[in-house]
Design a protein around this ligand. Structure first.
Ligand code: 5GP
Length: 191
């Protein structure tokens, strides 16, 4: 008898919406035995990032070769010249063996995964209360210059226009509420 296959949770959010904090809190709490799918990217690692843990870091040529060899479930050019993709090796084996997998990918990638895996997938969009709050949070983080902040705000406007296409939406106004709303959506879906 074939064992039960796992489910896929896709979390999308523009930068500055608190997605990583929400995701890490849920993963640390051990909810539904979620396994994090480590994406591949051609961007350089940040100082606190580890290869194979945060991303599989690749050169642009390695990324292109992986695309040509059909190694991705989906991939996108999220920012100019910056590629990100979900590896088949991270996803398929895990769900076939009954594990529940969580993806942190952009909204176009999320739609793609939904098309491919249908009702095995729950897509959740994390929203800021409004664009001004998002801009203030990005400024408050102090990690980006103003032109980069405006680029991220514009990208956020674009991504938010797809939020209605996701199965669930969570507004991150208060972090604790956003975490418990996300947890509830995941528990209801996985059962
Ligand atoms: P960052 O460079 O800040 O880690 O990520 C930038 C964006 O790329 C985020 O919105 C993140 O969700 C998205 N991303 C990360 N991995 C993937 C992936 O495998 N596929 C797609 N489509 N987007 C991804």
């Amino acid at each position: 008898m074939k064992s039960k296959t796992g489910k896929i949770i896709v979390i999308c959010a523009p930068s500055g919406c608190g997605k990583s904090t929400i995701l890490n809190t849920l993963l640390d709490s051990g909810i539904c035995n979620l396994k994090f799918s480590v994406s591949a990217t051609n961007r350089k690692p940040r100082p606190d990032e580890e290869d194979g843990v945060h991303y599989h870091f690749m050169s642009t040529d390695q990324f292109r070769d992986a695309v040509a060899e059909g190694k991705f479930v989906e991939w996108e050019q999220v920012y100019p010249g910056r590629y990100y993709g979900t590896l088949k090796s991270e996803l398929q084996g895990a769900i076939d063996s009954g594990e529940n997998v969580v993806l942190d990918i952009d909204v176009k990638g999320a739609m793609h995964v939904k098309e491919l895996f249908g009702d095995k997938v729950l897509t959740i969009f994390i929203l800021p209360p409004d664009i001004e709050t998002l801009r203030k949070r990005l400024i408050g983080r102090g990690t980006d210059a103003m032109d980069e902040i405006e680029r991220r705000v514009n990208r956020a406007r674009y991504e938010i226009s797809f939020a209605d296409k996701c199965d669930g939406r969570v507004i991150n106004d208060d972090l604790e509420t956003a975490i418990s709303d996300t947890r509830r959506l995941i528990r209801d879906f996985i059962g």
